[in-house]
Design a protein around this ligand. Sequence first.
Ligand code: SF4
Length: 237
Amino acid sequence: MSLGQSPPGSTAPPPVPAAGAAGAEALLALHRCIEGCTVCPLHATRTRAVPGDGPVTARIMAVGEAPGENEDRTGRPFVGAAGQLLTRLLQSIGLDRQDIYICNVLKCRPPGNRDPEPAEVSACAHFLDEQAALIRPDVILLLGRHAVGRLLPGMPGISRIHGQRVRRGDRLYVPLFHPAAALYNASLLRTLEEDMQRVRGYLDEAQAERERLQREQAEEAARAAAVRAADEQLTLF
Ligand code: SF4
């Protein structure tokens, strides 16, 4: 194991986030770890593992359930019809899919697209934790009940909390219906479109908050520098 990877079930904290080029390299290395992972039985039936897609600088991370047939074949997440819908939904709020980091709870396809089993989710959990720790997005979109169950355990069902903001620690989550569920359900699609409009507002607020914190940190650093300079002046006399 490498890159801060802890064994399944480990309570070790996630690795310290990396930034810039180092962060991009760390994310790439994590993807390589996932591609070679044989920890749970899904490795035996997959064609390719599907680590995730998007820049380490992404301000939004989207987490789905598990790779499907197209994803298993290409090694990329959300490339089928559900992926096209996700791209369209992101565009509807002015976001380019290439600016989003997209991944799944499970990195390997369950045979026949069956639901993930708890042991598989547990074995794969540290990869998702490491991805979130490296990217540190403003908002994490949870696409469907499996993503909600993994990252917001104990929350009510997705039909009750979809479109709402849920803060846990320094992370902001927004549960949404899975695009695949909305493909052939016009009412669910309308709900998903409305929820995405809310996401736009959440993002704007998160960005404003981030910029406020950065401003405060810069002002604090300037104040500390001024105090140091004054102290140095005094020592000259
Ligand atoms: S699903 Fe996760 S834990 Fe299982 S083999 Fe794939 S990467 Fe490893």
